[in-house]
Design a protein around this ligand. Structure first.
Ligand code: MG
Length: 306
């Protein structure tokens, strides 16, 4: 398929031109990570929290001020988000658990076992407006000692879980992914998107994002392939207010329309792991990519809480 290349952008569909600022630069805000992941925006504190997994650090970027260490060791923290009370929710490879950081700094374990068996290595997490916490549990964090502690998985499948905040009950909502990774809801929360990144270790797995219908009872149905990634694989992603999906990929950030059409790409010099919308207008896309944190202004704005 033909596309136009203009600077850092690949235009695959004319609609993409209305989402980007053609003159905007891809700004490198920080470098020095080993694998940057898990960006989450704190609008009230005007800062971005993100993970540097192998370096055991949670980092904090303050615009015009720079990056400092928020927590080290981080227990190989990966994906981060905020719950509806604004508290930091973190996936830890090291602890093989999902935690909540309370407002006084104490850490509460939300989930570390399913039916008595240890989780693999929670990777990415999102909170629905009803307070339920949804996270993926691939095995990346226990494959070696680089991003966690090498161990054999105790669970037979690599699942997406739903945690009920009222009861603490944990339920498997999907169990047929190779390596479930990033996840996000559509703006109306009627769909859940989940990335499969299993092609990282087995080329027989597809490099794609699937979408499910979300039922009232918290279950998922009607699984179908939403988009296939043509360069590298999908890790973390977010949606904008129009339901366009902005995902990490091997050559940068790919943007897909709600119907799955590839609209365009932002080319990034390093492999992108994850991204999130931030800034007071939520129109700045923060991108974690291997060693660096990047940002770029868009004309669209993020839909995803926070
Ligand atoms: Mg991830």
């Amino acid at each position: 398929m033909s596309h136009a290349r203009t600077g850092i952008y690949e235009i695959h569909d004319p609609r993409f031109r209305h989402l980007i600022v053609s003159s905007a630069a891809l700004e490198e805000l920080y470098s020095g990570c080993r694998w940057a992941e898990g960006p989450v925006w704190f609008g009230d504190l005007d800062c971005l929290v993100f993970s540097d997994i192998p370096n055991q650090r949670l980092l904090r970027y303050v615009p015009d001020s720079g990056v400092s260490v928020l927590r080290s060791p981080s227990n190989f923290a990966n994906g981060n988000t905020r719950d509806r009370q604004g508290r930091l929710i973190t996936c830890e490879h090291g602890g093989r658990r999902v935690t909540r950081t309370e407002t006084d700094g104490r850490i509460t374990v939300l989930a570390d076992r399913f039916e008595g068996k240890r989780l693999n290595a929670p990777n990415d997490v999102v909170v629905k407006s009803d307070g339920s916490i949804w996270f993926t549990d691939p095995t990346y964090g226990i494959l070696s000692d680089y991003e966690g502690y090498k161990a054999e998985p105790e669970l037979a499948t690599h699942n997406v879980f739903r945690l009920d905040p009222a009861t603490g009950g944990l339920a498997i909502v999907v169990d047929d992914f190779g390596q479930p990774n990033g996840l996000a809801f559509s703006p109306d929360e009627k769909q859940l998107y989940v990335a499969d990144s299993a092609s990282s270790h087995d080329e027989n797995w597809p490099s794609h994002i699937r979408v499910f219908d979300v039922l009232e009872n918290g279950k998922l149905e009607n699984s179908r392939v939403f988009a296939v990634i043509d360069k590298g694989l999908p890790d973390g992603f977010r949606l904008d207010i129009s339901g366009n999906l902005w995902t990490s990929a091997g050559d940068g950030v790919h943007c897909f329309a709600p119907d799955g059409t590839l609209l365009g790409k932002i080319l990034v010099p390093q492999t992108v792991a994850n991204l999130t919308f931030g800034g007071p207008r939520r129109n700045r896309l923060y991108i974690t990519a291997t060693q660096s944190l990047y940002a770029i202004y868009l004309t669209t704005t993020g839909a995803q809480w926070p």
